[in-house]
Design a protein around this ligand. Structure first.
Ligand code: DAH
Length: 365
């Protein structure tokens, strides 16, 4: 009787050992554990036979049963560990990451071309000792016009046709009012630039928009002359368009400057071969033979060899009087369009591109 139970226990261990070693995953191992050691498992069934044994036989078989149980448990534990290990190495193999691979490029934003030019202009003038100040975009008629020698009904108002918010308030049409605001509060010597949005009632086309950006600059001190104006603006033109640039001042008219000038640079596209002011040559002229770039074919200057970049002049005595600057002081002032500079610098032929937020356009800068 005893031997029969012991045999059963031995063959149970043998069967368990072979089944355990064949399990392929943790789930089937758990099922197997249940099948052998569970409440209604095979071991329990074998132990039922114990009741038929005598008092002396029972401890011997009971000890054997415990040994078998411990042996099965040990086999189960070892198998579990090895299944876990192979599951882990399988996962490590599958989820392997090559950390030396270059990362996915993250799309980054960049500065808008107008912001870039505005910053560049600021930094050039800051290098020349000009301090940057900000002015309001909503202006009064007084600062935008009257204090700048543009009284009501002055024909020059047509040039700066505006967007009015009230009878005497408007969106500023230029940055020149900043001159008045600064000189009202501070006394010379002054070297100031300002910049930002301006607005005009202009129909939108390839060179006009109802909103654009200007930089205004002025210098007031004793003995300031046109020579200072030309020197400052030449330094600016060389810094932004290249050291070989020349500037030319052409008489013009602004109510707030006297004399007034338009400032030109020689065309950086075709003007590099000419030191003289040239009229557009006839389409038949033989500049190809002389090795020059055909000026009449120049897309930048249209053959004139000169590009207008800004308006400037000596600050009108009227303006200086309005802000109570003593008469021993003189000053120059200038105003430039950021869009115009950016269009020339980056060879852009349509101002609308700046405002369309087209990624393909903006990504080029
Ligand atoms: N305010 C002028 C405009 O918007 C530009 C300008 C011309 C500004 C001459 C000046 C200047 O300071 O002296 O067209």
């Amino acid at each position: 009787m005893v031997n029969a139970v012991v045999d059963k226990l031995d063959s149970l261990l043998e069967e368990a050992s072979s089944k355990i070693s064949q399990t392929a995953d943790i789930k089937s191992l758990e099922d197997l554990q249940h099948e052998i050691l569970g409440k209604k498992g095979k071991l329990t069934q074998v132990l039922r036979g114990l009741s038929e044994l005598s008092e002396e036989e029972r401890p011997h078989v009971g000890k054997k049963a415990n040994e078998i149980k411990a042996a099965v448990q040990k086999l189960l534990d070892e198998r579990l560990l090895s299944l876990k290990q192979s599951a882990l190495s399988e996962r490590l193999e599958k989820e392997w990451l090559d950390l030396t691979l270059p990362g996915e490029p993250v799309p980054t934003g960049r500065l808008h071309p107008l912001t870039r030019v505005l910053r560049e202009v600021k930094s050039i003038f800051s290098g020349l000792g000009f301090e940057f100040v900000q002015g309001p975009e909503v202006e009064s008629d007084y600062y935008n016009f009257e204090a700048l020698n543009i009284p009501p009904d002055h024909p020059a108002r047509d040039m700066w046709d505006s967007l009015y918010l009230g009878e005497k308030t408007l969106l500023r049409t230029h940055t020149s009012p900043v001159q008045i605001r600064v000189m009202e509060k501070r006394k010379p010597p002054l070297r100031v630039i300002s910049g930002g949005k301006c607005f005009r009632r202009d129909a939108v086309d390839s060179t006009h928009c109802f909103q654009f950006h200007q930089v205004e600059g002025f210098m007031v001190d004793q003995g300031v002359s046109m020579a200072h104006l030309k020197g400052t603006l030449s330094a600016f033109a060389k810094a932004i368009f290249g050291p070989e640039r020349k500037v030319k001042l052409v008489p013009s008219y602004f109510p707030f400057t006297e004399p007034s000038v338009e400032v030109y640079i020689d065309c950086f596209n075709c003007g590099k071969n000419s030191s003289e002011d040239q009229q557009p040559s006839s389409p038949n002229s033989s500049s190809v033979e002389s090795g020059l770039v055909l000026s009449e074919s120049c897309r930048i200057c249209g053959g004139t060899k000169w590009l207008e970049i800004l308006g400037a002049g000596m600050i009108h005595p009227f303006v200086l009087r309005v802000v109570n600057i003593p008469s021993e002081y003189t000053g120059f002032a200038f105003g430039l369009g950021i869009e115009r500079i950016a269009m020339l610098k980056f060879r852009i032929d349509d101002i609308r591109l700046f405002y369309e937020s087209d990624q393909k356009f903006l990504e080029q800068f």
